[in-house]
Structure formats: structure tokens, C-alpha cells
Design a binder for this molecule. Sequence first.
Ligand code: GLU
Length: 449
Amino acid sequence: MTQTPIKTRFAPSPTGKLHVGNVRTAVITWLAARKFGGSYLLRLDDTDVERSKEEYAVSIQRDLKWLGLEWDEFARQQDRRERYDELIQKLKEDGRLYACYETPEELSLKRKSLLSRGLPPIYDRAALELTEAQKAQYEKEGRKPHWRFLLKAELIEWQDLVRGDVKFHGKDLADPVLIREDGSPLYHLCSVIDDMDFGVTHIIRGEDHVTNTATHLQMFEALGGTLPTCAHLALISDAEGGKLSKRLGSLGIETLREEEKLDPMAILSYLALLGTSLPIEAVKDRQNLIDSFDFSHFSRSSAKFDAEELYRLNTKLLHETSFSEISGKLADMGLGNIDETFWLAVRPNLVKLEDLREWWRVANGPVTPEIDDAEFASTAAELLPPAPWDGETWNVWIAAVKERTGRKGKELFMPIRKALTGMEHGPELPVLLPLIGRDETAARLKKRA
Ligand code: GLU
């Protein structure tokens, strides 16, 4: 890999929110920029004015910031219309754009007819045969043209950083539509112009764009741009191996942040390492992910996304989180009263941060003790060891209760659990006990909590 500064970009369309599927490209484009001393462009592909929404533009930026994927430059395609028009003019003058008048229905018929004959559904370029008089007639009928890019019948070849040598031939590809009937430029054209104007050196995106890239490379040439280096990532699939499922797509970053309270580093670690030859592990420091990044690690076959694994990484990170790192978040969760002692005692027992809420409630109340055998509870209360309490107190106490009452197993533990927590299941009692404290434990055993 060259050491000259590179530039990558993440180019989401603000037609929806970010989720684990589409944010992976953001993670990898960002890592590449940071690894190779490059710069990172966030570009909103908002040429589809009807589907693009400001709320999504805002939400995408909020999610990226939360993940720590800060960008050096920002652009929106809607601001660049004049520039696109300028280059559209050039392409028309150079004979690389041609007007087509087929309606969507006519195009669909052509496609069906080709497919029924076992042929690839490639546009037949009938529009190139239209005379000026025929075009004028269409215009008179009120038809507006859409414009296609005239591909050259040449070999298109590039060294893909993930897929290796990739070859297409211009004659096997359909001329892409670059301008709609209403005159607005489409993604293909805007993307190439932007990548060229912003000096993007590395285009990294999903392999669903491979065929697009073949046509884009001819557009770069037609516009006099420098050909970028390309990397097409194998797609991620769900556990069943199907294409990225709705379920996976619905794992929104906003939900993972606001509801699941995930650590952004769990998401970053998982998406940076998934589909690579590196082991998937919880990485606490993003610099480590940057240091280990390399295109050669990416597999050409699709990787399976497993939400369980993401949660496991999150749990792992949670268990390594110090009190000073978490205290701000605790305050945001309304758990600002939790101190370091409480955090350190409970931390190894948490699967997710939200579990802390239950620990705090059970430790501090309100709890409605459940007592079936008042005599047993009262005996247990009498045997409570003197304060101060620590992690050993439970063992000392339970041994004494066992000896005095002769109870063991469930008979011994369940009444105590129900008295102390009001529930049959819940936090580990040995950890919980010192957090409840001697007076409160005694009170609960006497049902005076
Ligand atoms: N807006 C396009 C998409 O979301 C960008 C693809 C690209 O990276 O060029 O698919």
C-alpha cells in the first residue's frame, strides 16, 4: 500500500437510518483513511429529492459521531447541481450521453423479451437510431428524454484491493441512465463527478456495486478524472446465510445506542473485524483497530453477522470499563448515585449496562420482601454477621444459617432470596448482600422494608 495520503468517503443516501448493515462501510472507509494517514469525506447522496429526508441526514451524522467516525470533509450532492450540469454539457458535447425516449413500460417489455430468449437484459441502444424528426415527434407528444451514458466496447479491468483482478467488457454492460426525464442527474453520474472533484483516491463499498464500478471507470475516463483504487467488500449475511435480512437491517444504530445502551466500541470492533482473517474480539481502543487494519485481511466470501456475538463483545467491554469511564453515562441513565464500590461489585455480573438498573433497585429498594416462613427468616436475621460486610459475608452467614436450621440447597437459598429481593431470580446474592447492607437486610428479613 502506498504511503501517499489517501482519501476515502462514505456516501450514504439519507433515505433511511444507519444500521449494522450499511454502517459497516462507514467503519471500513474510516479505518482505511486513518490507517493510511488519509482524509475522510462524508458525502450525502441526496439526489433523490423525494426520498431524501433531513431527519435522516441529521440522524446519520449523529450516529457516526457517536461511533467516533469523525469526518474531515462534508458534502451534499444537492448543493452541487451546477457542477453536474456543467459536466453533463461536456458529456453531451463529446457524444457520450444520448437521449432515450422509451417509457418504463416499453423498457420493461424489451427486458422481458430478451430474458425470455435467454439473453442478458442489456439495453439495445435503439435510441441511437432515432432521427431528429423522430425525436422532435416524441417531444411534440410530450415525451421527455432520459439520458444514457454510451459505454465503449472495451475491456474494463482493475486490481481490486479485496477481489483482486476484476474484468468486465463494455459490450456486456447496459449503458447506464445518468439523467432522469425531469433533467435531474442520477447517482452514477453525481458519484463519479464527486469522487473526481473531491480527489477520492480509494472507493470502498459493497460488492453489490461491482458492476457499477465497471461503468463508473469509463465515466472517470470520459470526464478526464484520475482512476481511483477500488475495494469491494463481500456483503454480510444473516446467520442463515441469506442476503442481509430485514431483521439485520433493522438493527439500527440509534436503537443500539438509545435502547440497548451498547458501547460504540462493540459495534466498531465487530464491524471492523467481521469478514476478515483477524479474530473477532472486543477492542477497547480504536487506535488498535486502525493499526491492525489492512485490505489484505478481507475475505472475498460473505461473512455471517451474528447479533449474539455483537452482544458478547459488548459484555466483554462492559467488564473492562472503569468507573471513571462509565460515570457520565450512569448520570445520563438517572443512576448518578452509583459509586465506584457499587460499580466494581456489580460489573462482572452485568450482561448489558441496563441490567445495572435492576441491581441498583434491588440493592436500594423499593423491594417488597416475600416471606413464607417468618420463623426461618427471623432466625436468619439473628444470625447476620456484624458489620462491616464484604464479599465473604454471604458465605459466613449462610454457613451459620445452615448449621442452625439444618436446611440446605433450594430450601435454604430460596426463602432468603425472596425475602431480600422479592423475586425468585435476580442478581447474585453474595455480591448483592454487602450492597444492601446489614440494617436493610435485617429489615427485609423481618418484612419491614
Ligand atoms: N449512496 C450510495 C449507496 O448508498 C453510495 C454507493 C457508493 O459508495 O458509491 O449505495
